[in-house]
Write a protein that binds this ligand. Structure first.
Ligand code: ATP
Ligand code: MG
Length: 240
């Protein structure tokens, strides 16, 4: 469904993504971890088309999308949430999701309304359709991010630290929602620092450091790797 082929991105002399290749299959949930500044959000910007690559290719659903603009990638089925929630503050939950259904899924009228409501329902906010989004708690703002992304009718959903700042109970609620989204056949790439949240539901785990792939595979085997511990957990295992 998604294939990254040797992609590179620098800002000036800072190499943010370096020779990264990766695949995501249909219906798969891939987790991504890596230290702060590793290039994770930049990777999402590259996949969703917000920034151009320096080198490399991106394929989505069998088509090359390397030079396709962001709005077209969204219509093609790449939806994303932002690390810092970005709702339209003057609007209600319903209105926010409907804008996403209009412009992301290309729907209008009753069809857009119905689709927006479905996305809100799946995100656990259906009892607050007409609540202004400025009045929401952190969990609910994260849910709204999810609802807005779902309302674009994604085939692939990119989640950037959607569980950050949530307490354990809230995180479990969010994980249940993500599992349900996965059951509906939507592929997910989920960036998260909370490793146990990721390993409880992803099929595969990718670790990046300084924009390079360090490990990619079954979550438990990846987390058992010594270099992943050293890099990600900040543990120097040679000097315990
Ligand atoms: N537009 C930009 N211009 C210059 N440098 C940038 C830009 N965007 C990101 N960077 C730098 O690129 C590096 C990677 O940033 P990125 O946001 O992708 O990291 P991240 O892995 O998402 O980190 P975090 O875990 O803190 O969210 C950082 O050093 C960041 O300062
Ligand atoms: Mg980030």
């Amino acid at each position: 469904m998604l294939r990254l082929e040797k992609i590179y991105k620098s800002y000036g002399s800072l190499k943010v993504i370096h020779n990264l290749s990766c695949k995501v299959s249909e219906g798969e949930m891939l987790g991504i971890i890596g230290p702060n500044g590793a290039g994770k959000t930049t990777l999402f910007k590259a996949i969703s088309g917000q920034i151009p690559l320096d080198r490399g290719k991106i394929y989505f659903m069998g088509e090359e999308v390397t030079d396709v603009p962001a709005f077209k990638r969204c219509v093609a089925g790449i939806g994303r949430t932002f690390q810092i929630p970005r709702p339209f503050h003057g609007m209600t939950i319903f209105e926010n999701a409907r804008v996403a259904a209009n412009f992301g899924a290309g729907l209008i009228g009753k069809e857009a309304d119905g689709f927006a409501i479905q996305a809100i329902e799946l995100s656990g906010l259906v009892d607050r359709l007409n609540t202004p989004c400025s009045a929401l708690s952190l969990l609910d703002r994260k849910r709204l991010e999810l609802a807005r992304a779902l309302a674009t009718d994604p085939k692939l959903l990119l989640l950037d630290e959607i569980a950050g700042g949530l307490v354990e109970e809230e995180m479990h609620q969010l994980i249940d929602i993500l599992k349900e989204i996965g059951r509906r056949g939507i592929s997910i790439i989920w960036i998260e620092h909370i490793v146990h949240a990721l390993t409880s539901c992803v099929d595969r785990l990718l670790v990046i450091n300084f924009g390079e792939k360090i490990a990619d595979g079954d979550p438990n085997s990846v987390m058992a790797k010594r270099d992943v511990h050293e890099i990600y957990m900040g543990l120097d295992m040679k000097y315990p």
